[in-house]
Design a protein around this ligand. Sequence first.
Ligand SMILES: NC(=O)c1ccc[n+]([C@@H]2O[C@H](COP(=O)([O-])OP(=O)(O)OC[C@H]3O[C@@H](n4cnc5c(N)ncnc54)[C@H](O)[C@@H]3O)[C@@H](O)[C@H]2O)c1
Length: 270
Amino acid sequence: MGNNLLRGKKGIIFGALDEKSIAWKTALKCYDEGASIVLTNAPVALRMGEINKLAEAVKAPVIGADVTNMDDLKKLFEESMKHFGGGIDFVLHSIGMSLNMRKGKHYTEMDYGFNQKTLDISAMSLHRVLRTAWDMDAINEWGSVVALTYIAAQRVFPDYNEMADAKALLESVTRSFGYHYALKKKVRVNTVSQSPTRTTAGSGVKGFDGFIDYAEKMSPLGNASSDDCANYCVTLFSDYSRMVTMQNLFHDGGFSFTGVSEPVVKQMEK
Ligand SMILES: NC(=O)c1ccc[n+]([C@@H]2O[C@H](COP(=O)([O-])OP(=O)(O)OC[C@H]3O[C@@H](n4cnc5c(N)ncnc54)[C@H](O)[C@@H]3O)[C@@H](O)[C@H]2O)c1
């Protein structure tokens, strides 16, 4: 049982693919904290059928939407507001996809057509979601929007490829739209910069096993799990973080501010 931190709140959760997904864990936590939820994912992901298990567990309808399609997004918000009988209090954007990585293209030889699609799905989609909500006045005052990101937006992690640029753009949209939405309706928009996590999207990064072990050794608290990430998102959707907006919030066990750690130095001395 949770602590009713989200009692009476209504939210849309994008990106629950399977039970490893950060969005999946977040939906469970939000439900546990008293929220009502609508689940959404791309039609191709819905065809896997896994999401129906989650929908049953959190008593949520599932509404398909390709996040690059404005008609789909409009329909999603319309149907969600109808389902809730009013506006939306929180949105989780938990979406990422790199076409160049999928096709095995190195950063230095990227296909620009693929790159455009990657930026649209992984970054501009946040603008699309916010714009749709803005046009329909769908988010309630003091509503909260969270998108997930990674520290490759600030520092070079070579195998993160074009997703580094996508995350930098995502974080910029967060600040820029966050400014306008705060003025218009006190809606806050933030990114959570999460530790590497074993999910479908995460495991798509080349050399992921070495990468996750290195991050574990470099983080004084260890890597943050997807359950911890879900808990953090709950606090950002709750009324206990009302004055936080336009921020990139590191949720990484201290990785982002550690220069080097003793376990890594010891390993180098071997
Ligand atoms: N796993 C990690 O190591 C890690 C670390 C930091 C940040 N993140 C971020 O967390 C978020 C969630 O990823 P995850 O790790 O839970 O993996 P995941 O694969 O479970 O989730 C990615 C989701 O994006 C959805 N998606 C892709 N294209 C879409 C489209 N066109 N329309 C709608 N949805 C679409 C997928 O269906 C999937 O549900 C992503 O933004 C990812 O970059 C992940």
